[in-house]
Design a protein around this ligand. Structure first.
Ligand SMILES: *Cc1c(COP(=O)(O)O)cnc(C)c1O
Length: 365
């Protein structure tokens, strides 16, 4: 029998989450963002669930080619554009739309020989200070692109740094929207501004929204709101089983570093899942977990291949009991990935992207 740890990808949940994006942005077209191998889910595994999207956005050229190989003929957008001039040949061949965020990328386009003009998304740095032209340089960049025979349609985009919070908590989105609007007011072209948080939390939509994390059943602004609040469903379950049970006496400790000490006699279960499976080592005692669909918590340190859970509230649980590290458990129980991420001091994005290659993955309802 193989080691019992496994991951499940829920394709109906992917479709339902995408429908939530559509409901929140009814007049927009929706990019399903599938970068980082679909946030760790696997592009080929999410493709069915997300194929009603208007397009797929990602940044790895091999992933773009994989989407075409799956038979996707609709729009594909490279969110970081080309990394070197010859990437433009692949864009021409596979009809990939690409972001243009720096002068070098315009130079490459100007020297590119193609029969098919490219659709580009010109990116503004409206305050994030990662990629894009600052507002004062944006118009010149647009004019350069507009003069190129290699370029067909120019769309305009920017990306928010603080869309997961309101202006009274962090900076919010208003200052970036204002900068974008002021510099693009009289430019033609479709607009794309919003990520998941901007769509859900700020109700901000333009011609194209870029829905990433919401597709994968994680709340972009957790803990202010959870997936229940946004009507999202988990798309990834990480689960395993108890492979041993220990009876602790007061003073007994658990695991490396003896970080947990029992105060009363109780049972713990040993789960076949550890940080080498992608479960964060930073999760301390008290991280929520489901055993047979019922909530309990981890105890002690997470090790490479195992972790321990408290069985005090679960007298019926024992050897072989099903353990849900995140996602869906027995009887319809749900443990949002966001709660586990919070216990590890991180966000759902990182946990799903870090699912380890040794974990077998299957697609299910
Ligand atoms: C990743 C990414 C998104 C999606 O962000 P989410 O928070 O996952 O919705 C949108 N736009 C760009 C440019 C991105 O890199």
């Amino acid at each position: 029998m193989p080691r019992p740890v496994e991951a499940l990808i829920h394709h109906t949940a992917l479709a339902a989450n995408l429908a939530r994006a559509r409901a929140a942005a009814p007049d927009a077209r929706v990019w399903a963002v599938v970068k980082a191998n679909a946030y760790g889910h696997g592009i080929e595994r999410v493709f069915e669930g997300l194929r009603s999207a208007d397009g797929f956005a990602l940044l790895d050229l091999a992933e773009a080619a994989a989407l075409r190989a799956l038979g996707w003929r609709g729009p594909v957008l490279l969110l970081e554009g080309c990394f070197e001039p010859r990437d433009l040949e692949l864009c021409s061949r596979l009809n990939l739309w690409h972001v243009v965020h720096c002068a070098e990328q315009i130079d490459w386009l100007a020297a590119h020989k193609t029969h098919q003009p490219h659709r580009v998304f010109l990116k503004m740095n409206s305050g994030m200070n990662r990629l894009g032209f600052v507002p004062t340089a944006f118009r010149t960049a647009w004019a350069r692109l507009n003069a190129l025979p290699q370029v067909d349609e120019i769309s305009l985009m920017t990306h928010f740094s603080d869309a997961d919070a309101d202006a009274n908590v962090k900076r919010g989105v208003a200052h970036q929207v204002d900068a974008f609007d002021a510099a693009t007011r009289d430019l033609p072209g479709e607009r794309s501004l919003s990520n998941s948080a901007a769509v859900l939390r700020h109700g901000l939509t333009n011609d194209w929204v870029r829905a990433g994390i919401l597709c994968y059943g994680s709340a972009p602004d957790f803990p202010a709101h959870d997936i229940g609040h946004w009507g999202l469903q988990p798309t990834m379950t990480l689960r395993s089983r108890l492979i041993a049970v220990q009876h602790l006496q007061p003073g007994d400790t658990v695991g490396y570093g003896s970080s947990y000490t029992a105060r009363a006699p109780h049972r713990i279960g040993i789960v076949a899942c550890g940080y080498a499976d992608g479960y964060p080592r930073h999760c301390a005692t008290g991280t929520p977990v489901l055993v047979d669909g019922r909530r309990t918590t981890t105890v002690g340190r997470v090790s490479m291949d195992m972790l321990a859970v408290d069985l005090t509230p679960l007298p019926a649980a024992g050897f072989g009991s099903e353990v849900t590290l995140w996602g869906r458990g027995r009887g319809g129980a749900v443990l949002p990935i966001d709660e586990v991420a919070q216990a590890a001091g991180t966000i759902g994005y990182e946990l799903m992207c870090a699912l380890a290659p040794r974990v077998p993955v299957s697609i299910t309802e």
